[in-house]
Design a binder for this molecule. Structure first.
Ligand SMILES: Cc1cc2nc3c(=O)[nH]c(=O)nc-3n(C[C@H](O)[C@H](O)[C@H](O)COP(=O)(O)OP(=O)(O)OC[C@H]3O[C@@H](n4cnc5c(N)ncnc54)[C@H](O)[C@@H]3O)c2cc1C
Length: 337
């Protein structure tokens, strides 16, 4: 079924909990019906380029009211292939990401257990190539089924077509052009734990390392470290860790011995954005309704009735001060629109 709503509040549809109203809000659980409708609207020039595909709204900041919002609510998990060592599972875009991780852990399929408790939907996971605790969606995504709205046809993107990199993909640069319909994941039947992230092994302690204990440990760490967005509106890390040329990274580390650096593409190093923000004095700072979370300044929080613009102004102040002090311009991980 497809339903069109007019002047719909998006307050409860974004984890920042900022007010915004969609002129037109379309929701559908039927792939054929929604894709046909979108293509026809496009052909009649009735679908604006700024059209937003909205999943769980956990990586979006509404700075102004969007005109058109489409919410694909396609459900289903299907076993596509199985061999001795792996399975291929196809999951529809509207499934909740963490329900799928839980399902995989319960079925002893490994590869996404470290990505437990990330908010949002499956349809969004390839967009920013979600990642946490040493795993990324790209490690398990084999194929993405997309509907090309202008061409009016369904196509399949391989992992390399998706051009995944750190919190980035082809889809991030073609917003509004493609609707992700389903994602096929290749998962292992034999569990190889990924415990490189500091603190994960400690959290598991003396218990056996199983898919369930890894998932539990990740959930415990996240609950301790991250603010609960149902209480304090936020969208997780607001900024990406910037990649800088090795030379610049080394010069910075000579001046600041405590600067954390991480591996990045060849010739580059990733710099901790949280460290840069903290050095500029923003950790725990609150201005009006907005703040940089006290134990993790990468996370901007809505302390009450903040608007998207207030949050974006605060973010810009942080970006300006980091640039002034370190000559590095932070990029947002969250999609402001
Ligand atoms: C408390 C908290 C913790 C978080 N922790 C992490 C973390 O550890 N790691 C991490 O990577 N992220 C994290 N995030 C960010 C967020 O959970 C992910 O980016 C998630 O994938 C967003 O899913 P969503 O359904 O809410 O997407 P939305 O916010 O609705 O959309 C995000 C983007 O994807 C596009 N999109 C969504 N669905 C589709 C579709 N079907 N077709 C085409 N485009 C689509 C949207 O247009 C938008 O550009 C966190 C967020 C919160 C609130």
């Amino acid at each position: 079924m497809i339903t069109f709503y007019r002047h719909t509040s998006l307050l409860s549809r974004n984890t920042f909990a900022v007010p915004a109203t969609a002129d037109t809000f379309v929701v559908s659980d039927d792939v054929a019906e929604l894709t046909r409708e979108l293509h026809q609207l496009h052909r009649k020039n009735l679908l604006p380029r700024s059209m937003l595909v909205l999943g769980g709204g956990s990586n979006i900041l509404f700075v102004s009211d969007p005109c058109w919002v489409v919410h694909p609510d396609f459900k289903g998990i299907e076993m596509e292939e199985e061999d001795e060592k792996t399975v291929r599972v196809r999951v529809y875009a509207g499934e909740t990401w963490d329900d799928v991780v839980k399902w995989c852990v319960e079925h002893n399929y490994s590869g996404m257990e470290n990505l437990s408790a990330i908010p949002g939907t499956v349809g969004a996971c390839p967009v920013q190539n979600i990642g946490a605790y040493g795993q990324e969606a790209k490690d398990v995504i084999e194929q993405v089924e997309v509907f090309d709205i202008a061409a009016g046809k369904t196509c399949f993107f391989s992992r390399s077509d998706c051009a995944f990199s750190y919190r980035d993909s082809f889809f991030k640069h073609h917003r509004g052009e493609y609707l992700i319909v389903s994602v096929s994941f290749r998962l292992a039947k034999i569990f190889t734990p990924q415990l490189s992230y500091a603190g994960l092994q400690e959290e598991i302690g003396n218990r056996p390392v199983t898919l369930s204990t890894v998932r539990e440990a990740v959930i415990n760490i996240r609950q301790r470290k991250l603010p609960d967005y149902t209480i304090l509106g936020n969208a997780g890390s607001f900024f990406k860790n910037p990649s800088v040329p090795v030379r610049q990274a080394c010069l910075l580390q000579q001046r600041h011995a405590s600067l954390p650096l991480y591996p990045a593409a060849e010739g580059y190093r990733k710099v901790s954005a949280a460290w840069l923000i903290e050095q500029c004095g923003w950790k725990g700072v609150k201005k009006g309704n907005v703040g940089a979370y006290s134990s993790q300044p990468l996370i901007l929080v809505n302390y009450g009735n903040a608007s998207g613009k207030e949050i974006m102004d605060f973010a810009n102040e942080i970006m300006d001060s980091v640039e002034k002090k370190f000559d590095i311009r932070l990029e947002t991980e969250v999609h402001p629109m």
